[in-house]
Each structure stands twice: as C-alpha cells, then as structure tokens.
Write a new protein. Sequence first.
Length: 92
Amino acid sequence: MPFHISRAAITALLLPFAFGCTAERASAPARTATEQLLLSTAADRAAAQPSLAIPPDTKVFVDRSYFQGYDDGYAVDAVRNQFLRPGAVSGG
C-alpha cells in the first residue's frame, strides 16, 4: 500500500506543472519580417550612395526634421553611420 500512496502523492504534486505552461501568446508587429528587411536594405543602400569627402574628426549633425515614418530612426542611423565610417565625429 505505501507504494500506491507515494505514486498518488507524486502525481498530485506534478500535475499542476504539467498544465502550467500551456498559455500561448502571439505578437502582432506593425511590419512583417520581410517588410522590415526590405526597408532596412533600402535605407542602407540609399545611405551608401552619397560620396562626400569629409575630413577626419569633422563634427556631423544629421537633421531629423525631414525624416517621418514608422522606420525613420533606422534611416537616420544609416545616414549617420555612413558619415562616421570615414572618420567624422557625431555631433548629436
């Protein structure tokens, strides 16, 4: 008899854990992964096109006032990074 009692006790203790992680949660991002990839690739390509000869250690400011949209932060950062590669210094 003690064997059956301990098996029942173990089953009773483990039963809540068996059903504890069954909740499913789905997210609904504003853009799909394909859209995000297309937009980031387009921003990177557009930022890479201007070839400006900027002397090293020059402070560069990027004006955000004409960047509007859902992904405007990525586009501004892509332009800023393009200026920083040859040695410009971020001014803000």
